[in-house]
Ligand binder design. Sequence first.
Ligand code: GLN
Length: 303
Amino acid sequence: MDIQNLLDDIVGAVEPLTLQGDVADYIPGLASVGLGQFGISVATRNGDVFSAGDADVPFSIQSISKVFALALVLAGDGDRIWRRVFREPSGNPFNSLVQLEHEDGIPRNPFINAGALVVTDRLLSISANAPTAVRELLRQETGNPSIDSDADVARSEAAHGHRNSSLAHFLASYGNLENPVEEVLEAYINQCALAMSCTDLALASRFLATNGRRSNGTSLLSPLQTKRINAVMLTCGTYDAAGEFAYRVGLPGKSGVGGGIVAVVPNNCTVSVWSPGLGRSGNSVAGVAALDEFTTRTGWSIF
Ligand code: GLN
């Protein structure tokens, strides 16, 4: 398989789609990112990296950070988090408030905003280096010490974060936060504002394709925990479009409103894509198409 050739082909194939969709302007710091950009990277389980297009342009990872926060909580605290967060698809937008009241303050899954706030809350409670634990994990797995939160994106999300504030206060009213609301929101927003390139994202996620093994050879997660995270990514990682994503791509994946998506081919590789134009559910239009093309041409889907 000539992966490099394939990625170069995919860049050409999705180019017209990179002008489709809309950037996430509800976070003002993301509104100025130009359409027309696209990057793709593959990191193999052995550490080889293949990249094409705008694969080295940093972008805001937003909700993709929720995977790393969950991994750290499972690594540090085992299954305890599942008493406070379900793991079923929500069928609702990622920032929806309605389900939370019906379900007594237990979010549907860790990848919608309400669930991620609970995960971040737990990370603050258990992590020695909170609230920068996610950033440190990314730096270590990529070997790139310059990965950081984009202060403008974080500030602008904080200034317009009424929905997330509502969700956090709502969770607190049900006793499902351990730390002060303001601290949880700050950690969550900074984690979402982390910026990195496709190449970094593929490398940072590689433990999901290696049964939980980190780049330094130690284990972050057990093979069972890795299986569990990948399963939740498959069913809940692309919000209320998770069914469509499974249908088209056939891999566990996690998207963010910065236009990035990371997908996992278990025991083989990670594939990251970035293109800022989003479809209705908040997933990158060109990114989903590129992953569809990738799994169709390689046959590397889990189905
Ligand atoms: N920071 C964003 C929010 O909370 C993340 C959403 C996303 O990427 N889907 O709204």
